[in-house]
Design a protein around this ligand. Structure first.
Ligand code: URA
Ligand code: SF4
Length: 172
């Protein structure tokens, strides 16, 4: 709660100037499983909650396919404030915001982390591509890192959609 409070007042990078709400993260603070997306979009910025738009609806359906609800896991993003016009977050923004994410991981202490898409992947495996390493579990510091495609990528691509559905079953 203290960390959330700090983030809510954060001005460590330029994204603070254009945000409506800080999107710290939601879910079970004792979760075994944590999802890390890229950045808040329009709906997330408006509501202050991650994955509440179209990609979030897909994420919820994928979670349901392995018997999980969004309340049973923890969901957050690489950066906690929305980049203008949904542009990619800049490296300096990802590094400015990194302490919040690192503290969230330390405090929640999940057994498995699912980085969604290439931005989150790059936190652990900066030189690898999501298409090659998706759905391959690896141990990093006693945690399983299990990268998956970003649900937004699967929304309009039937092939990716099928892949992410199968990968989720494997994650389950
Ligand atoms: N995409 C993301 O990466 N994060 C969100 O919170 C919503 C969409
Ligand atoms: Fe602070 Fe992160 Fe928001 Fe930048 S994106 S202002 S570092 S909370």
């Amino acid at each position: 709660n203290q960390l959330r409070q700090e983030a809510n007042e954060c001005k460590k990078c330029e994204l603070h100037a254009t945000r409506t709400n800080v999107v710290f993260g939601t879910g079970n603070e004792n979760a075994d499983l944590m999802f890390i997306g890229e950045a808040p979009g329009y709906n997330e910025d408006q509501q202050g909650r991650p994955f509440v738009g179209a990609a979030g609806k897909l994420l919820e359906r994928l979670l349901a396919s392995i018997g999980l609800s969004r309340e049973s896991v923890f969901i957050t993003n690489m950066v906690k404030c929305r980049p203008p016009n949904n542009r990619d977050p800049f490296p300096v923004e990802i590094s400015s915001c990194g302490r919040y994410l690192d503290e969230q991981i330390r405090l929640i202490n999940p057994k498995m982390i699912i980085p969604l898409g290439r931005h989150a992947l790059s936190k652990w495996f900066p030189n690898e591509t999501i298409g090659k390493v998706r759905a391959r579990p690896r141990y990093v510091e006693n945690r399983i890192i299990f990268p998956l495609y970003h649900p937004a990528a699967a929304l309009h691509n039937p092939n990716l959609r099928q892949t992410i559905e199968q990968d989720f079953l494997k994650a389950g």
